[in-house]
Design a binder for this molecule. Structure first.
Ligand SMILES: Nc1nc2c(ncn2[C@@H]2O[C@H](COP(=O)(O)OP(=O)(O)OP(=O)(O)O)[C@@H](O)[C@H]2O)c(=O)[nH]1
Length: 434
């Protein structure tokens, strides 16, 4: 025990006896540098596992501290002692133990004042080693989790539907391009960020969650910075003892995967040479339109066309020029058609067009305009000045029987087109399929 006490020895003994088994080390210092020690409770070795002999001032205490904590800690302490507005200082630092290891302690110092003057500094030091290690471990786990979530583009959230309250992990703010300090998420605010076209999906997912407890949905989010991203959300409803609900979930940025999926889907639907739809997609779309007609009587027509004397064109000007004609012709047609129409290359130089909500008269008008498009193609073969005249033969059919199949439709329009070929080409043959 330090022997330099100002107190009455009897009182000191009493104090030492009282504090001997205390978990906190109690001390008292002079208020002026070098902050000499007035009193130190006798439990230092037991409570903090450190060797205290020879400690008589703050400077000595400093030598016991971890080199990384020392400077910062002393500066903090001196500022506190000098600052008349600061009455208490609490900080954590490491002290060298008997075993030459460092122990985390929490040191809380208060000013003792008499008649407005600081006469001493008194404090308590407690061993917080385990607590600090656990806190550091927890902080490290949080950092790792956050980092892993950032890499995986995942965030986690908790929503409280009854209170319109939403809590987001830091990654979500980053994902949506929002500032965590200034943006306050709410359920209604987030709902407003969901892409209009996906709101029904979201409502269905919420309804499903009410029934099953599980929430699972993919939708787009319109971020305030103008970016539109795709996310996959999964969650579980937790019912609280007070009857309220809480949904805990994750959100994953799947924009890249979605874009790739869309690209692949587009590739799978597209004819590589001309960029218009391919045979398979045309057949799917035709089936859908036929089903709509059978259910709701929504009228539609199909046009098929085939370029005339295309073999001759290939043979004369080369296959590559033939390709240019196919591409140029498809592009001209596409430009003329509506967004709802489906232009597809069925193979070779044969194309088909699905015209929803179009009767035979309107389909015939469209086919005439397409025929003009072909006539107007101004494509010059290599080393030629004059463009080549291109023509096509057209078959046009309006579906007027509900019991037909899509193969029968294709067969019918194909026959009409071949009739146009037989009748001399560069013309169209139109009919009802009833
Ligand atoms: N350049 C090019 N030619 C193709 C392509 N696909 C098919 N062809 C050619 O198109 C030609 C079609 O010839 P045919 O079926 O006899 O038809 P056509 O010469 O247009 O005669 P009609 O249709 O009766 O007027 C063939 O020579 C095919 O090789 C293609 O992708 N590019």
């Amino acid at each position: 025990m330090p022997s330099r006490f100002l107190f009455n020895p009897e009182l000191t003994a009493l104090l030492n006896e009282t504090l001997a088994s205390s978990p906190a080390v109690i001390y008292r210092l002079y208020a002026e540098p070098p902050f000499a020690l007035q009193y130190l409770s006798p439990n230092v070795a037991e409570a903090l596992h450190i060797e205290f002999s020879g400690i008589s001032s703050m400077a000595d205490w400093m030598t016991m501290q971890h080199p990384e904590d020392r400077q910062f800690n002393y500066a903090l302490f001196k500022d506190f002692a000098a600052d008349t507005n600061q009455h208490q200082l609490t900080r954590r630092y490491r002290l060298r133990s008997h075993a030459d290891e460092y122990v985390w302690v929490e040191d809380s110092t208060k000013k003792i004042e008499r008649a407005g003057l600081v006469v001493a500094l008194a404090g308590a030091i407690t061993n917080v080693h385990q607590q600090q290690l656990q806190a550091q471990e927890a902080a490290q786990s949080r950092r790792l989790l956050s980092e892993a979530q950032r890499i995986a583009r995942i965030g986690h959230w908790v929503s409280y539907p009854q209170q319109n309250r939403l809590e987001w992990s830091a990654n979500i703010y980053e994902m949506f391009g929002l500032d965590q300090q200034s943006f306050q998420p709410t359920i209604s605010g987030f709902m407003a960020m969901i892409h209009e076209a996906d709101r029904d999906l979201e409502q269905q997912a919420l309804k499903h969650a009410e029934e099953t407890g599980e929430y699972d949905v993919e939708h787009r989010v319109c971020c305030p910075n103008g970016r539109i991203i795709w996310v996959h959300e999964r969650g579980e409803i937790k019912r609280q003892p007070d009857g309220s609900e809480q949904i805990i979930g994750t959100v994953r940025d799947i924009t890249e995967a979605k874009e790739m999926q869309q690209e692949l889907l587009q590739l799978a639907r597209t004819d590589a040479l001309t960029g218009v739809y391919n045979h398979r997609y045309f057949m799917e779309t035709l089936q859908q339109e036929l089903t709509r007609y059978q259910r709701h009587g929504r009228v539609f027509s199909v046009v098929m066309y085939d370029l005339d004397y295309f073999k001759q064109l290939n043979d004369t000007y080369g296959h590559s020029f033939g390709d240019d004609v196919l591409v140029g012709c498809a592009a001209a047609m596409q430009q003329r058609l509506r967004d709802v129409d489906t232009l597809a290359r069925l193979g070779g130089e044969e194309f088909a067009i699905l015209l929803p909500e179009t009767d035979l008269a309107a389909a015939t008008t469209v086919a005439k305009q397409l025929q003009d498009c072909v006539h107007r193609l101004q494509l010059c073969p290599p080393q030629q000045i004059e463009p080549v005249a291109v023509t096509a033969s057209f078959g046009v059919v309006q579906i007027a029987a509900k019991d037909v199949t899509r193969d029968e439709i294709l067969q019918a329009v194909d026959q009409l087109m071949y009739r146009a070929k037989r009748q001399g080409r560069d013309q169209m043959v139109c009919d009802l399929l009833d």
